[in-house]
Design a protein around this ligand. Sequence first.
Ligand SMILES: [Zn+2]
Ligand SMILES: [Zn+2]
Length: 257
Amino acid sequence: MKLRVLGCSGGIGGELRTTSFLIDDDILIDAGTGVGELTAAEMARIRHVFLTHTHLDHIACLPLMVDSLFPLLNKQQPIVIHAQAQTIDVLREHIFNWHIWPDFATLPTEDNPVMCYAPLAPGERCELQGRVFEMIPVNHIVPTVGYRIQAPSGGVLAFSGDTTTNDSFWEALNAHERLDHLIVEAAFVDALEELSLKSRHYCPKLLGADLKKLRHRPKIYITHNKPASEAAIFEECQAAVPDRELIRLRGGMVLEI
Ligand SMILES: [Zn+2]
Ligand SMILES: [Zn+2]
């Protein structure tokens, strides 16, 4: 299994794109502005989208992608949006509501739409051709989940989504025997700890404390840094976690799992 980083920034500007990862060639995790990196042909191969939460930086390109693919999707199975029930409710009410964007879950017809929703509850798993997605609740300002993804090879990657201090994510990962890759967020520098707590993101100090809960020793990739703070956040993360080697996640990186 392959994960390609389409976007992993906490903002936009120049080369920066917001969160979206492509698994193999048919699954997206989140649909931030990184989706714009895909060619039309690559986009046409997407069959499933797993969402962590409804914040704009994680869904911005979902409405545009479904619209761009409409003529193609019309002729095949709908794109499946996997998310928590609360996340789906917000998408229906605030995005695909005919005011912001058409309700593609009823187009071209209600019986044969181009997009459909598949609610998943935290703790539940969903298997797609040998790739097993487990939804894990985290602690963000809106209902948010991370994912543990087991590849057909047996390798495992986990993604925290947006979160601050929590036990649920680390306990869920510790409950399994294996973890090879961990993509975890750190949005702000430590000087903005108060803002981190208020917006429920990690700063390096909070992340360092939580990583002590993890019994595994995966490769750790730091993601979702606010623009222009990337180098400072990464330096503080490494200082907060001196016993582990960290990697700064960048757009275009490909992880083999
Ligand atoms: Zn968020
Ligand atoms: Zn975010």
